[in-house]
Design a protein. Structure first.
Length: 112
């Protein structure tokens, strides 16, 4: 289990929304199909995806996901950033693939 703050400092990805820095990440979930995320992701997981729009925040909030990592150079829309700030969800972005980001999150969770 790691805090959002630890996630930021260890991964070094670009921050678009900080969320609640004290919330914890217990696992990760990688998917681009939001209905899959709703049905299968665990509360407390970080969502690793390329879905960079407001609906992603709605799904993360519904599931109880405190953070989202956008991959493959995707950047969030302004309404996504606004919704994330309202819901207290952190958004990070990287040019790395979902595979690489998932590996880094898994490795980080295993170390802490």
């Amino acid at each position: 289990m790691i805090s959002i703050e630890q996630l930021f400092s260890h991964l070094g990805y670009k921050k678009f929304s900080e969320g609640d820095l004290q919330k914890t990440i217990t696992t990760g979930y990688t998917s681009d199909l939001l209905s899959d995320v709703m049905g299968n992701a665990d509360e407390g997981s970080v969502l690793i995806t390329i879905q960079a729009h407001k609906n992603t925040i709605a799904v993360a909030s519904l599931v109880g996901m405190p953070a989202i990592i956008l991959c493959n150079g995707r950047t969030p829309t302004e309404d996504m950033i606004g919704a994330a700030k309202e819901e207290g969800i952190a958004i990070l972005a990287t040019s790395e693939s979902q595979f690489t980001a998932s590996y880094k999150v898994a490795k980080l969770l295993a170390l802490v």
